[in-house]
Ligand binder design. Structure first.
Ligand SMILES: C[S@@+](CC[C@H](N)C(=O)[O-])C[C@H]1O[C@@H](n2cnc3c(N)ncnc32)[C@H](O)[C@@H]1O
Length: 278
């Protein structure tokens, strides 16, 4: 019997829309084009069994964000010169692999996630266990006794993608405090990221989450205010650049789809930010 995974034709997300991740898998990991779809879908299926995050279902791990920001060249130059970079809530660690592929020494990079299985799946996705020197740390950002705490003050640049929107406002403030504490307490320490955003800030429920947990979605103003509060709490001042933009890439066949789910997803917004210690 064939083990080929059947693509769900109704799914509005399409591997082929995500060129940056496919390019990385081709160039960095040496995955031939003809094996690309099977490789990606096998990894996705495995990962969804660990934890069914919508970002995995939507192949967000193939959508490289940091390289599209204005500070990417700066990040690359700084990590090449020895500064320490961490991807927090890194899942498979695609942003780290892009940075390394672009010339950053992997020994200067760190990745942390709650689920160790995601870190292992990252090695499988990118086929680099034998050559990547990134320090991966399985840790809960809210745990005051986790190995992350040992890195307090040691990072220079932290990337956080699709992470804060998982939590309530109070939890986000605790997570942001940890991020701030991980950074070296000096001007230029940098936080870069993206997450789901909204024109109107507030709590919302996620269709995929049946736990009853509250999630808070920011608009640019509320996100800036959160970092002002973190500044007051930690005694560190930050400049916050933040903007809101359309979120998803869809396969062309569904762009005309008028169903409410597709329309809702098409109107979803992403919040992108660059936060710099002054
Ligand atoms: C939606 S995924 C985003 C993954 C990746 N950053 C990206 O942009 O594709 C959120 C990630 O945060 C991790 N995560 C969730 N809660 C966490 C916690 N309390 N501490 C650390 N990581 C956590 C999840 O395991 C998951 O990999």
């Amino acid at each position: 019997m064939s083990s080929k995974i059947v693509q769900n034709e109704e799914d509005p997300f399409e591997i082929n829309d995500l060129d940056s991740g496919r390019k990385l898998l081709h160039e960095y990991s040496g995955i031939p084009d003809e094996d690309m779809r099977d490789h990606i879908e096998l990894i996705q299926t495995k990962a969804l069994q660990v934890r069914p995050y919508p970002c995995i279902r939507r192949y967000r791990f193939l959508d490289l964000i940091m390289m599209t920001t204005d500070v990417y060249q700066e990040v690359l130059d700084r990590v090449k010169k020895g500064e320490k970079f961490m991807d927090l809530g890194c899942c498979f660690g695609q942003e780290i692999r892009q940075l390394v592929h672009d010339g950053a020494p992997s020994a200067n990079t760190y990745g942390s996630d709650l689920w160790e299985d995601f870190l292992s799946i990252g090695y499988e996705l990118f086929k680099d266990k034998d050559r990547l020197e990134t320090k991966f740390i399985a840790a809960d950002i809210f745990d005051d006794s986790s190995p992350l705490v040992g890195l307090t003050g040691k990072m220079n640049i932290i990337y956080v993608g699709d992470f804060f929107h998982l939590f309530s406002l109070e939890e986000q403030e605790n997570a942001a405090t940890r991020v701030a504490q991980l950074l070296a307490p000096q001007p230029g320490s940098l936080i870069i990221g993206r997450q789901s955003g909204s024109e109107i800030a507030g709590e919302y429920s996620r269709a995929s989450d049946t736990s009853g947990r509250r999630h808070f979605q920011h608009n640019p103003q509320s996100w800036k205010e959160l970092w002002e509060r973190i500044g007051e709490k930690t005694g560190i001042k930050w400049s916050t650049e933040v903007n809101i933009c359309p979120e998803f890439k869809f396969k062309s066949a569904v762009r005309e789809d008028k169903s409410s789910e597709v329309q809702r997803l098409m109107s979803a917004k992403g919040l992108r930010f660059i936060i710099r210690q002054l």
